[in-house]
Design a protein around this ligand. Sequence first.
Ligand code: HEC
Length: 130
Amino acid sequence: MSQRAHSQILLKGSAFFLAIGAAFVWAEKIEAVPKKVPPTVEEIKAGKMLFVKATCWGCHPHGDNSLNGDKPLKGPRFAKKYQSDEELMATIRRGSVTRGMPPFPPEKLSEKDLKQIVVFIRSLTCSVKP
Ligand code: HEC
């Protein structure tokens, strides 16, 4: 075997091992991303109860919007508009005073209850039904 062919094999060999190494590092990174655990039926039900208790259901029966039909709390357009729960919670806190939705400050709705309500709202768009 010529010197050149030999070093080419060596080069290919190390590239191969480098690729395997990189794949492992990559896989570990993926593993490190926390997986979002889907809510249980009980958690969704608890969110629904709070949604009713906080008066949301009155204007948003089944996640619809009886005052502004263009703004239901479900469906692909809604999901795209509120990609993060933080944004969704901020909108609920703020309300839309001039357009018929009252604000829900912490005195009216605790952070814990708001989070639970968001679990229910998200379940309305989820394609997997419990
Ligand atoms: C008195 C009626 C009323 C009540 C009570 C009410 N909402 Fe609303 N809500 C509305 C209206 C009307 C809009 C649309 C406002 C607009 O056009 O900007 C709206 C909008 C929203 C939106 C934004 C929708 C979008 O597409 O941007 C969310 C989220 C929401 N409501 C959640 C809630 C939650 C959660 C509660 C209970 C804590 C609640 N609402 C209580 C009337 C109400």
